[in-house]
Design a protein around this ligand. Structure first.
Ligand code: BG6
Length: 503
């Protein structure tokens, strides 16, 4: 994470999947934020590539309208114009390397000349993973992938990178046949979030937390990534993916590895990634029996979110009326190493939950009770540290305090650190830092081939059992709830409880 450059290197960002949801919701707003803070050079341009045959002017108008919708506060008119002048589009069939890729080549030449940009190309694959290898091969075949004359060619792959262990391995192998590992950037936008990056600073930049950050003091860890949104317009993708593939081997495992890893020797890309990789290697593999006992899947039914009726998953656009795709997943994981042996890590994620709410809960063990036997205290408050990832970024320490008065009684209180209150507003999509790092060639916050493969290795047995035994009780949770009752039971079996509060 050593980052001293302020402005990205001159380049053309080529977005495959330019008319998709990610481009409008995240990529353009992130580029806008980077430009607003002076991180993009003047010799910069964007070439959108999509299947739709759109005129460049129509694409520009669409993107500018999207920017106005997705950039909070009123976007700056001058900046919108700056983008408009640098945004291009070409469309066609991704399978047809004769026409589309020739058009891309010509457009890139034109754009580089017009904006005085060296041929540094930053290819962003916002397309289904099944197309990654094919599209990359066509780029290379058309002479647009090889790094020469001091110009770089970087390939950014959106998640999910593969759809199980075998496919991730095969994808890595086919990309590595045509590209160098240093050209490959596997993105996980959770690593772009400030609070996620702060986990390392919080743990290793302070003295008081690390000595108790282990199985001697910690009872268990909970990671929740909840969303109130449903599947939106992404039905086609989501039907094949489901909550487990969509969120667990990527975003949730990033949160988990940063929470559980040993201190790295430096912030260099491989030092950090080595420690994360060791955690992935230490996670106990699921057997078919443990999938039954230690995992829960769910699919949302109709319900209410913020007082508004919302439909069941099976009634959403592009979803099969008898769909068996899960929109909720919960897993109990064990990390078999000296720090964490015997400490369960519970993770859960779902659509149509009560709110957009992501956090990591470090639940500490109980203090001895003996001192309080003769008092009116029936139960001691247990300590917990909550790392709030979003929407309110911060850290809370939960502890017990004496309630003022003549008798000894105890109340639970919170000590809160709020990012916004202390450091002011930081409007970010989570993609700014990652796009910028890609443009300056810093891979620290991107996933290495081995990490991606180990992550899939952990969840593939779950996918296999879930596929072999289709869920019979779907839909099994009401929209606006915390998921199916089996998710509560997963913790209740050992006397634990999810922290089902949005605080
Ligand atoms: C994406 C998933 O990777 O992350 C989406 O595909 C999900 O389904 C999104 O909604 C959540 O990201 P964020 O930054 O809004 O928490």
């Amino acid at each position: 994470m050593s980052q001293t450059e302020k402005t990205a290197e001159p380049c053309v960002m080529v977005i495959f999947g330019a008319t998709g949801d990610l481009t409008k919701r995240k990529l353009f707003p992130a580029l806008y934020n980077l430009a607003k803070d002076g991180h993009l050079p003047d010799n910069f341009a964007i070439v959108g590539v999509g299947r739709q045959e759109l005129e460049c002017g129509d694409f520009r108008s669409k993107i500018m309208a999207d920017l106005k919708e997705f950039v909070p506060n009123t976007p700056d008119k001058k900046l919108i114009k700056w983008f408009e002048e640098r945004t291009y589009y070409t469309g066609g069939d991704f399978d047809d390397d004769k026409k589309l890729f020739k058009d891309i080549k010509e457009l890139l030449e034109e754009v580089c000349t017009k904006h005085d940009i060296p041929e540094n190309f930053f290819y962003y694959m916002a397309i289904p993973p099944s197309l990654f290898a094919n599209v990359s091969a066509k780029i290379v075949k058309n002479g647009l992938g090889k790094e020469e004359n001091g110009n770089w060619r970087r390939f950014i792959y959106e998640k999910p990178f593969g759809s199980n262990f075998e496919s991730a391995k095969a994808l890595n192998a086919s990309l590595l046949r045509i590209l160098k590992e240093r050209q490959i950037y596997r993105i996980d936008h959770y690593l772009g979030k400030e609070t996620v990056q702060n986990i390392l600073v919080f743990r290793f930049g302070n003295l008081i937390f690390e000595p108790i950050w282990n199985r001697n003091f910690i009872d268990h860890v909970q990671i929740t990534v909840a969303e109130s949104l449903g599947v939106e317009s992404r039905g086609n993708y989501y039907e094949k993916s489901g909550a487990l593939r969509d969120m667990v081997p990527n975003h949730i495992f990033q949160l988990l590895t940063l929470t559980a890893m040993e201190p790295p020797v430096s912030f260099e890309a491989d030092a950090v990634r080595d420690e994360q990789a060791k955690i992935l290697a230490a996670i106990q593999q699921f057997s078919p029996e443990s999938v039954i006992h230690k995992t829960v899947r769910g699919q949302y039914d109709a319900g209410k979110i913020d007082g508004k009726e919302v439909p069941a998953y099976r009634n959403e656009e592009s979803i099969a009326p008898d769909s068996n795709t899960e929109t909720f997943a919960a897993l109990e994981l064990s990390i078999d190493n000296w720090r964490w042996g015997g400490v369960p890590f519970y993770v859960r994620t779902g659509k149509r939950m009560p709110g957009k709410h992501s956090e990591i809960v470090i639940q500490f063990k109980k203090a001895p009770f003996v001192l309080f036997r003769e008092t009116s205290i029936e139960k001691l408050t247990t300590n917990r540290i909550v790392i709030h990832i979003q929407p309110d970024e911060g850290i809370t320490l939960h502890f017990g305090a004496k309630i003022p008065g003549p008798i000894v009684n105890m109340g639970a209180v919170d000590m809160d650190f709020d990012y916004f209150e202390h450091f002011g507003e930081n409007i970010s999509t989570g993609y700014e830092r990652l796009l910028f790092d890609g443009m300056i060639g810093d891979a620290t916050l991107f996933q290495r081939a081995d990490m991606v493969e180990s992550s899939w290795q952990i969840v593939t047995p779950v996918i296999d059992v879930w596929n072999a035994i289709p869920a019979r009780d779907f839909p099994n949770y009401e929209a606006g709830s915390w998921g199916p009752k089996e998710s509560e039971e997963l913790l209740e079996r050992t006397g634990r409880r999810w922290k089902n509060e949005i605080t």
